[in-house]
Design a protein around this ligand. Structure first.
Ligand code: CA
Length: 224
C-alpha cells in the first residue's frame, strides 16, 4: 500500500514517512501542495495524508484538486480543536481527520481503517448519485431529478456526514459532534428537527424516507 504524506514541517513529514515504511507501507513525502499533487498524479497513491496549513497552496485546495482527479482516500491533519477545519475537510470529501498533535500509532489506525473501507468497496467517495438524488460533496451541490436543491450549511453538513458514512448507522452523538461540534453531542432533539428539514428537501416522500433512514435507538443511516 502506497501512502503519500503532504506536510511542510520537515521533521514531521520525514518522521511519518519513516514510521510508515517501518510498518510495511510504501511512503512518499511531499513538503508542499504543488509537489504533493505532482507526486499523486505520478505515483497514484492508495491514500493521502494531507496537512491543512501548507505554504502556498493550502490543504483545502489540494484536497479539492485531488478529489477532482480521483477518489483516493484522504486523511486530513487539522489544527488542534479546529472544528471548522474538520467540517470543511469532510465537506470537501476528506475521508477522515486527525487533530494535531497526534500519536503516530493513532494515525496508523485511521489509515488502516480508511484503507479497509476503501478495499471493501464502501469507500466514502465524494459523490453519491443513484439517478434520482445526486450529492456532490466536493462541489457542495445536491440535486434531485436534475433540479438543484438549496440546503442551509447545517443541512448540507448533516447530509454530507451521512453520505460519507453510508452503509452504517451513525449514532446521534457522532452526528451532533461532527455537524454541530463536540459541545452539542447531547442535543438529539435539535438533530431530529434538522433531519425533518432535510427529509422535506431530499426525500421524494418525506413521510416514507428512503435516503435518511432512522435506526431506532442508534441514530441515522444513509440508505442510498
Ligand atoms: Ca503545516
Amino acid at each position: 500500500m502506497r501512502i503519500l504524506i503532504i506536510e511542510d514541517e520537515i521533521p514531521l513529514g520525514e518522521g511519518l514517512a519513516t514510521f510508515f515504511r517501518r510498518k510495511g507501507y510504501e511512503a512518499l513525502w511531499a513538503p508542499s501542495g504543488v509537489e504533493g499533487l505532482r507526486l499523486a498524479a505520478q505515483s497514484r497513491p492508495d491514500l493521502v495524508v494531507l496537512d491543512i496549513m501548507l505554504p502556498g497552496m493550502d490543504g483545502w485546495e489540494v484536497c479539492r484538486r485531488l478529489r477532482a482527479a480521483s477518489a483516493v482516500p484522504i486523511i486530513m491533519l487539522t489544527g488542534k480543536g479546529a472544528q471548522e477545519d474538520v467540517n470543511t475537510g469532510l465537506e470537501l470529501g476528506a475521508d477522515d481527520y486527525v487533530k494535531k498533535p497526534f500519536d503516530f500509532h493513532e494515525l496508523e489506525l485511521r489509515v488502516a481503517a480508511v484503507l479497509r473501507r476503501a478495499e471493501n468497496g464502501v469507500s466514502e467517495t465524494a459523490l453519491f448519485d443513484d439517478g434520482v438524488l445526486r450529492v456532490d460533496l466536493a462541489r457542495r451541490s445536491v440535486s434531485a431529478r436534475s433540479q438543484l436543491i438549496h440546503l442551509t450549511p447545517t443541512e448540507f453538513r448533516l447530509l454530507a456526514c451521512l453520505v460519507r458514512h453510508r452503509g452504517r448507522a451513525v449514532p446521534h452523538a457522532e452526528l451532533l459532534r461532527e455537524v454541530w461540534g463536540p459541545e452539542y453531542a447531547q442535543d438529539t432533539p435539535n438533530l431530529q428537527v434538522y433531519v425533518r428539514y432535510l427529509r422535506e428537501k431530499v426525500e421524494p416522500d418525506p413521510a416514507r424516507p428512503q435516503y435518511v433512514l432512522t435506526e431506532w435507538g442508534v441514530g441515522y443511516r444513509f440508505g442510498g
